[in-house]
Design a protein. Structure first.
Length: 79
């Protein structure tokens, strides 16, 4: 795939989230995850994988780090 083809690709569809939670690591919960309601999904453009982030963990630093790992930020649609 050329860079021109990659740039002209349509954005991924907004994921519909029913029971997803923020997957940011947290030592305060028994499952080890943040667990809050997500506002964004990070879809891996290089392979399978989706990571959800709540407003507290959806910051510019996270967006930049996710982009470096091949993830693209997509706002989620609730309901």
């Amino acid at each position: 795939m050329t860079i021109h083809e990659w740039r002209t690709m349509p954005p991924p569809p907004r994921p519909r989230v029913e029971s997803a939670v923020c997957g940011f690591p947290s030592g305060r919960r028994h499952d080890g995850l943040c667990g809050r309601v997500p506002v964004a999904a990070y879809v891996n453009t290089r392979g399978p994988g989706v990571a959800y982030r709540c407003p507290s963990h959806d910051r510019d630093v996270v967006v930049e780090a996710a982009a470096a790992q091949g993830f693209q930020r997509v706002a989620v649609a609730r309901g």
